[in-house]
Design a protein around this ligand. Structure first.
Ligand SMILES: [Zn+2]
Length: 127
């Protein structure tokens, strides 16, 4: 992945989100230097410009940097912001369609836990 291109794309998306959306989560995203991705079970998720995931609960903010936990959030973000799709791991020849989500990447609009939202299975996606 081209980290500079990723950071630039993320910064542009975060700036545009901040300009058009006054939601409290978007205001906090700006303070974090991040893009607000969404809320799941009262947990707010952000993608930081540095490429980490910020997970905010009532208890505070946790920074997540391991690929296994950041990939589903990047996949979730890319469904809302297609500009991020090029930064998802590319499907490799030999990867199999995900049986958990029928290769859609989501199950009832939730990121597929089997393939992390990629729609295919490989050692990378831990299927
Ligand atoms: Zn799946």
């Amino acid at each position: 992945m081209d980290n500079e291109a990723f950071r630039n794309a993320l910064q542009a998306l975060a700036d545009a989100q901040y300009a058009r959306d006054a939601a409290p989560e978007v205001r906090r995203a700006n303070a974090f230097g991040a893009l607000f991705v969404g809320t799941d079970l009262d947990v707010d998720f952000y993608l930081s410009i540095a490429g980490t995931v910020l997970r905010e609960t009532e208890s505070g903010v946790e920074t997540i940097s391991d690929l296994a936990r950041t990939l589903p959030i990047l996949a979730w973000a890319s469904r809302q912001f297609p500009e991020l799709v090029p930064f998802l791991p590319a499907r490799q020849s030999g990867d199999a369609d995900c049986p958990g989500c029928m290769s859609r990447g989501t199950i009832h609009h939730v990121t597929c836990p089997t393939c992390s939202g990629l729609g295919c299975c490989s050692a990378r996606a831990r299927c």
